[in-house]
Each structure stands twice: as structure tokens, then as C-alpha cells.
Design a protein around this ligand. Sequence first.
Ligand code: CUK
Ligand code: CUA
Length: 669
Amino acid sequence: MIKWTKFGLGGLGLAFLIGLLLLFSGVLESKSRQPGLSGNAEQIAKARGLTPANIEAALKTYVPTGKRDEYLMFASGGHSGQVLVIGVPSMRLLKVIAVFTPEPWQGFGQGSEESAILLSSGNMTVGKQRTLNWGDTHHPALSETNGEYDGQFLFINDKANARIAVIDLRDFETKQIVKTPNLISNHGGAFVTPNTEYIISGSQYATPLPFHEYAPIEQYKEKYRGLIVFHKFDRQKGKIVAEGSFQIEVPPYWQDLCDPGKKVSEGWIFCNSFNTEMATGGIGQGKPPFEAGASQRDMDYLHVINMRKAIQIVKQGKAKKVSGVDVIPLDVAVAEEILYFVPEAKSPHGVDVAPDGNYIVISGKLDTHVTIFTFDRIMKAIKNKNYEGKDPYGVPILKYNDVVEAQLNIGLGPLHTQFDNKGYAYTSVFIESTVAKWSLGPPYHEGEKAWQLIDKIPIHYNVGHIVCAEGDTVTPDGKYCVSLNKWSIDRFNEVGPLYPQNFQLLDITGNKMKLLYDMPIGIGEPHYVQMIKADKLSPWKVYPEVGFNPATMSKDPNAAMLGKERIVRNGNKVEVWMTALRSRFNPEHIKVMEGDNVVIYITNVERARDATHGFAISGYNINLSLEPGESSTVRFTADKPGVYPFYCTEFCSALHLEMAGYLFVEPKK
Ligand code: CUK
Ligand code: CUA
């Protein structure tokens, strides 16, 4: 039994909440014996064992049917290689955007020529060609204008294969996959500059440069290198372009996350690193394993990069072409003074530039502190050439005491930091499984000190990243944060030894954080997420024209159109122009000979919202998704004689089952 009065939740507020529930639950009163589903709100709450805090959380997160969420999260889908779109505060999953992995429902990599080209464009270009069909997505980045999310594009990296994908937020589909030249893997990406001129990405595990060259581990210091990559983005084209893209060679420390400067620090890039020890592992040869070797020193180096100057240097022709890309060699980067190091706490992970652009927050995974540097101090130290010394590659190291603004003890294992609109920062604390709230800079609130720990909330468990509403912009919203937890242990129904991840929604409107909701994630291990105000997005409801090709984002001149359906044979090539409309394909019979090359151009000529058709051919491993207006192409060799039904795979109408046809493949005589 719950004694409502026992909870100190602000009597008035609570009475209001319960009143509200009672008001809406009168209709539910009945004598039915279904505990938890019958009776009034108070009875239901009692039967289900809900506390007043639970009820408050429910009221803050429940979004009734037909109503929209205030924010959308774009979450990395981790190993799934995809991107998840989730509404906040309801935490409803709205979409899985196919990015690096075939996705049959969306017809992605499942027979459509357009998606096959897209997927294979990210293949490694050296050695045996393999179509990569998975990705390890880590960091989604929304495009920005003046440091604000503009709702136009989303970028995401594939750590496993050093790729970056571009998603257009008009149709929420992947438009480009770029294999980063010279890199095997990348971790510190994708991060955008405040006007999305560049998408930044950093290597993680140093490899010989260029990556396809071989060098034994004994030559680690001489031959292995890291890279900071600047992909030039052409907003008009909606594509990453080769012209203007460049890279900077950096020492073989394992570069981790980056964050571009904003406002005062715009034009500068900050990247973490660990393994400045240059440990090379070799546990089998009696050497210290990486985990020990790479964490011997107390300090690693924050890389401070003058991006504007780097751009000039490339323009002056001082870069070297490696695999066709401009790479600023390490010695040039040193000589031209575009790279500096700042000593940072042991085994750092996240680096996060605060909304004002001046504070730069670093967290050391094996430390209990967040460390705050200021851009002002860094600039002053650089100007005065006040160095502590140089690293083995000649990179100047600034004096820690010159650039540090504050250090704050928040708990063991801080990783990533986000910001709100009230002058607070929120840091995920991995080892401790908490989120810490602390005051960013001089006090904004009565009774608080500068750089003070304000609150901590336990999470469940092992938080990696944290995201807050519009948290990477120059004007974060506050209101919600989500703790992106690696372990869920005892939070959900058990589903075998592989547990879901756990996204925990936090209410950050009050002085103390409140846990509102747990969302299990049963697909991949998401790392980072960005959260955008939903009204900044204006996606298409249907494709703008019938015959629209999402790969070119324009009407396809060759699209099949209503009344122009036909089958044309030319030698052993058979071309089919087919339309899909509730509830038929036209044509319904396709007759070809064994060995013919078949091309089907197919258009969904519908204009009604949600009237999507599928197109699957049995035995040929083909399924397309045709959204209203969309035109797509399927190309295959009819090498399996027989009779193959094709049919619509979306339950589009009452006569959906009748939306079918036959492919006849006549055997060769
Ligand atoms: S990383 Cu995964 S928790 Cu790739 Cu941003 Cu920190
Ligand atoms: Cu079209 Cu089912």
C-alpha cells in the first residue's frame, strides 16, 4: 500500500498531478477484476505499485496518440551500421535509417541499383574488393548554421572502416558513403564546423601511412601515423567533395574524439589522444598489453589545431598528395605552427567545447576530474610561445598551468560532457554509473560557487555518452538529457545473455536531475546521439514529383510513368518500365530467356501519404521499397530458369495480396 502523503514531492504539485489523473480516469471506473487496468487512476497506480515519482515521470513522458514529440534524437545504431530516430520525451522509435548495412524493408542494398552503388562506393579501394556490409557507427552530427542545428543533413562515421555517410533530412535517406582515403579506421568523427564547411574525423589506431603500406610494428614510431581529416561539404550538392578536402598527419598517438571550436574558437579544432606512450602491445611476446602500456603516463595530449591556417597552407601547395588527397605532413604542420599539444589528464576520452566557445572540457577515463581549459589562455600561451617543451616529433607542448582554468572532482571515470541553457554542464561518469551536473564557470545562481558539483544521479549502468537537447549548439535548450548506458543488467525482461543497451531520459529542469524513462535499445551499441528540436525539421511527406530518384534527388528522366509502361528487348537485354499503384503492377507478366540481362525501372505513381509499395522477386534476392513518387531500378541476370512470382511486400490496400505478377524465365533450348 502506498501512503501518498509520505512522499515529500511538494504537496501541491503532487495533488495537482493526481487530480489530473483522476479527472481523466473517471471513465475507467469499473468493478472488473483486472488489477492494474481497472479502477480510477489512484487504484491503478496502487495496483501497479507506482510511486508518485513514477506518476510524475509518466505524466512528463506520455505522448497521446496523434500528438508529436518535442524533440527528435538521431542515435548511432552502433554495430547495426544504421541510425535510429527516436522521439523525446516519449522515447518512441520512429525510424531506422539504413546507412552502412543492407536493410530489406527500405530496399537498401536489397536489389535496388541505386543503393548497391551507394553501398559499394564506400569499399576499400586496395586489394580484393569487398562490399562492406556493416559499420560501427559512433558519432552522428547534425548540420549546423551559425552553430545551430539547421535540420538539413546528418553525418555519421563508421569506425571499423573509416567511412563517413551523408543523410539528407528531406527524406531521411543516406545519400553518400565516403571511404576516407589513407585511413583504416576512424573514431573521432563525425563532427561539423559551425557552418558545416567541414566534417572532421580523426583516426584512432595508428597505422602506416598510406594505410595500404606495410610496416612492421618495430617501425611504429617512424612509419605509423594518425590523421585528422577534413572532409569538405558542399551544401548545394548535399555531398562531401574531394576538392577542398585535406588531412593533417599527426604522431602515432591514438587520436580520440574531436570537437570543432565555436564562436570565439571557431576555426580551431580540438582532438584528444591517448597512448602518447606509443605502446605497441604484444602480450604474446611478454610485452605489456595495450591497456597497461597505453596508460603509463599521467598525461596525454589534447591536439589544438589551427584549421584556418591549415586551409591556407594547403592552398599554398605545401601539402603532399597521398592517395590523391592533400595531406599536410607532420613536419610542415610543426614548421607552419598549426599544431600544438596541451597536456591533459590520464587517458582522456571526451573533449567538448562549451556553447560560448571559450571553455574546453576534457575528461580522463582513469581520472576523477573534468578539466577545463580556456581558449583565451591557449591563445595567449601560443602567442607568447610559452612552451613546456616539445614532443618527439617537434610539436610544441603548452604549459598545463598556463591554460587550465579549473579542475573539478566529479567522480571516477568521466567521459563526455553536454551543456544546458542555464550555465550547467552534465558529464557522464562511466565507472561510477552516474551523471554529474556542475556549474560551468562563474556562478549564475545564488549560493553556488564557480566550478561546483551541483548534483549527481545514478544511472543504470555504465554510461558512455550523454546527450542534452540541442546540446552541441551555441544555444542548448536544457529540459532533457539522455544517458546512453552500455549495460542494462536488471532493468528489463531478460532476453538471454546479450542485453539491450539502455537510454535513460533525464529531466534537467530542476536543481536536481530526475530519471523519467528507460528505453531499451536492442540493436547495436549506440555511442553518440544528437537531439534536435523537432520543428527544425521539415521532411517531405511524399516525394515532390512522380518519377523522383532519391539517389539524384531529382526527377529521373528515364522513370517509368503511368500510361508509358512497356517491355523492350534489345539483343539479350530486356528493359521493363513498370508502375506500381494500388493495387497492381503494370506490366504483370515479364517474359525473358535464361541468361537475359533484365532491367526494371519501377515507379510508385501514388501521391497519397504512406502509400508505399514493395517489389520483391522470389528466388532473386530482390526487394525494393517504393515510397509515393519514388522511382527505382533493379538490374539482374535471369540465370535461374523457372517461374518466379513478384509481389508487393507492403500491405498497401485491401487487395494488396493481389498486387503481384510473374517473371517467366524460359530455359535456353
Ligand atoms: S565513444 Cu563510445 S562511449 Cu565512440 Cu564517442 Cu565515448
Ligand atoms: Cu502495394 Cu501491397
